[in-house]
Design a protein around this ligand. Structure first.
Ligand code: AMP
Length: 146
């Protein structure tokens, strides 16, 4: 009903914010704050090896009493992030995020990283489409549509 992940990416863009595993948590947090984002994909060269999100800052750094200036991203990231393809349905991506309890998904096509979507991107997308659907139904019910 809400189309494919490729359409969401076409609308929001393919920009993916990344960081190297050897960077410090302090550097990662600065980058997240500067870009206004909640997750960074961790790349070793061009290969995605992990994901580091604001949840990891809370759980694995602050609550664990680690020093952000001395802790490397590699120590506190989630390894081997789950990714999806652009041909996934929006509903499938949302249900994967819900069942696995995370809010970010890298999008990979033929082994190449082509984007990253968040639950916020998907909710925005679904809301826009629901509004369209409601407008069409209202037009139909009130006879504005021939
Ligand atoms: P989030 O809700 O996205 O902030 O992430 C919650 C937890 O899941 C954090 O420990 C993240 O590192 C991890 N995480 C986020 N996205 C993914 C993903 N696509 N695959 C595996 N783990 C993830």
């Amino acid at each position: 009903m809400y189309g494919f992940v490729s359409s969401v990416l076409a609308e929001k863009g393919r920009q993916v914010y990344t960081i190297q595993p050897a960077a410090t948590v302090a550097e990662a947090v600065r980058q997240m704050n500067e870009q206004g984002i909640g997750a960074l994909l961790v790349l070793d060269g061009h290969r995605p090896v992990g994901i580091f999100t604001e949840r990891d800052v809370l759980r694995r750094v602050v609550d664990a009493g680690r020093d952000p200036a001395l802790t490397r991203v590699a120590e506190v990231m989630t390894r081997n992030p789950i990714s999806i393809g652009p041909d996934w349905h929006v509903e499938e991506a949302m249900s994967l995020m819900t069942s696995r309890r995370f809010r970010h998904l890298p999008v990979i096509e033929n082994g190449e990283l082509i984007g990253m979507i968040s639950i916020g991107d998907l909710l925005r997308w679904v809301t826009i489409h629901q509004e369209d659907h409601i407008r069409q139904m209202t037009d139909y019910i009130t006879g504005r549509l021939s």
